[in-house]
Design a protein around this ligand. Structure first.
Ligand code: ATP
Length: 240
């Protein structure tokens, strides 16, 4: 594994019973970069992310994080090692208050009430509209606010690698813009990001490097700005 590489996946195979969902995926995420994984519905994006987070077992292949083989580790151990995932569809705790959703996100680093408050304050600074909603039931938030909360909950574990699964799904253009601005800001703060998106244009415009996945295989990879100009990518994913 190269020195500047944070995550490396080699030849990953995942099955759902007899469905061969990932057919030898290999990818790298370098420290400090945003890497995007784009692809059509059912291509295997979520399966890739869930394998990294230990939510789906893999049959073959290796996942390394900071030079350690974490393949098929339990998800709470993977989280402790510094990987946090924001799942597709947010999955916030809708019956809990905003501030308590944040507290749950901090369980791996819950060292003191002062640090919990500090981390919450950082979240409210990143997402100012959430600070007046801290005592609101999370299920009553708008879709965009729920996405912000899901990102905040993940950030409360102070991750080295943040994994985002379709953060812009179902959001209004204004919220999409806001979420992508936050993604760019997180990068400047040193968070490494693996981003899965259907909104390929946005994903490629914030990413450093990107992969295209088709029916369980990586078919194209390269610098994100090169993929933005790649005729095959343009035709299939950028509506050209
Ligand atoms: P989407 O953008 O629609 O979320 P995706 O690229 O994330 O798609 P996956 O959800 O990873 O795709 O699905 C990859 C393949 O695995 C698909 O063929 C899907 O039908 C199949 N699959 C996913 N989850 C399951 C499951 N729980 N049981 C059986 N097959 C599954």
């Amino acid at each position: 594994m190269e020195n500047d590489c944070m995550l490396q996946i080699d030849n990953l195979h995942v099955f759902y019973d007899n469905i061969h969902a990932l057919k030898g995926i290999s990818l790298k995420v370098k420290k400090g970069e945003i890497v995007s994984l784009i692809g059509a519905n059912g291509a295997g994006k979520t399966t890739t992310l869930q394998s990294i987070s230990g939510l789906i077992p893999s049959k073959k292949g290796v996942i390394q994080f900071e030079n350690e083989n974490i393949t098929n580790f339990a998800s709470h151990i993977i989280c402790q090692k510094g990987i946090a995932q924001v799942p597709e569809g947010r999955r916030i705790f809708s019956k809990l208050l905003v501030k308590d959703n944040l507290k749950l996100g901090s369980f791996t680093v819950n060292d003191s009430p002062e640090n919990l408050e500090k981390d919450r304050a950082k979240f409210y600074k990143t997402f100012p509209r959430m600070s007046e909603r801290k005592n609101q039931m999370a299920g009553t938030l708008s879709g965009g606010e729920q996405q912000m909360l899901a990102m905040g909950r993940a950030l409360m574990s102070r991750p080295k690698l943040l994994i985002l699964d379709e953060p812009s799904m179902g959001l209004s253009p204004l919220f999409v813009k806001e979420i992508f601005n936050v993604i760019k800001k997180l990068k400047t703060e040193g968070v490494t990001i693996l981003l899965v998106e259907q909104n390929a244009k946005m994903a490629l415009s914030v990413a450093d490097y990107a992969y295209v996945i088709e029916t369980g295989k990586i078919t194209i990879e390269g610098k994100a700005r090169d993929l933005l100009n790649n005729p095959d990518v343009k035709k299939a994913y950028l509506g050209a």
